[in-house]
Design a protein around this ligand. Sequence first.
Ligand code: ATP
Ligand code: FE
Length: 372
Amino acid sequence: FTVLAFESSADDTCVAIVNSEREILSNVVIKQHDEHERFGGIQPYVALQKHQRNMPIAVKRAFTEANMTVNDIDGIAFTRGPGMHGCLAVGANAAKSLAAALNKPLIGVHHMQAHALTPLLTQPTSEIPQFPFLTLLVSGGHTLLLLANKIDQYEILATTKDESIGRAFDQVSALLEIPWNKDFGPGAALEQLCAKGPPIALVSETGSSSKSIERTVGEFPRPLKGKLEFSFAGLHSHIDRLVKNKETWKDFNPEQVKYILANGFQQAAVGQLEEKLALGMKECRRRGLEINHVVVSGGVASNTFLRKRLRACLGELSPTNPIHLVFPPPALCTDNAVMIAWASMHRFLAEDFDDLTIDLRPKWSIHDLRMD
Ligand code: ATP
Ligand code: FE
């Protein structure tokens, strides 16, 4: 069964073709990073216009890459939500019109379910995550720790009480005036800056020039200790205050200050993920659930520092019975239509199709996946 899928919930225009043999036949992603840099974040109307311009180009490329025609397509999938309404509509309308014209079945997919299921496509057959598994979804709009019970049943163990980790990465990157480009968005640019020098411990006893900056920076906030809930707004505003307090930095090299603040932020943000992941594992043990896999996905999961730290954290949590920590390849962590095609596949195979009149769900909790 071959699926053509559309994704346009945020700022990437994506079209892909995937089949039920787990083959990715094409994967087109047209990014808009450079369009949004000057605004310091995604501008919904600009994103919508770019989707409208780029969608037909993406469709053409997807068929060329796969060396296929519409006659080779068996079903059409699109992102139904959550996301920005106008942006979602571009992918949804393309999908619906094609499904109607070609008389092919249509399925609307939950964007976060698609992020969570990506490793079921990308892992080698012997290493496919088995339900129930834990999944940490860290993206531009979400920070979710989920218990994936079944392919279509997810329990939210923790979510953010304020902003998402991806948004915090983007905003801190903008505050520190880290340049980005069409290949690397703000979060990835911050990671690259952090990786330029040696890792730093923020609290240190012995003195050297950078140590005195570290003392000035002090401890970064690690909120909601012991609670199954995330928060990144405090960390973000902590950096905001530090950056704006120019007097503190007047004797320091600005590049060094930037480097230390970026690292302090990244360490604290990832530290929070480690703590909540450990709490989530504990909660599963308390319920007598045996968890063998943890899936980490969403744009921020492409961060190498995060991958290293979560590996070490899980190794410490369960030294005797190693838990498989699974990440999709970085290019499939950020938005793509491959994940949308794959998340629709079980429904196409079960002939559980949607009606052509299906409407969008710009706000849609993964907890209510089966809502009509
Ligand atoms: P959602 O999936 O919640 O609807 P989204 O689709 O906009 O949001 P994704 O494309 O999954 O989000 O992820 C984008 C986010 O990932 C951005 O906030 C971006 O800065 C962040 N990101 C991407 N690469 C990295 C990286 N290497 N380090 C940190 N953050 C990153
Ligand atoms: Fe996403």
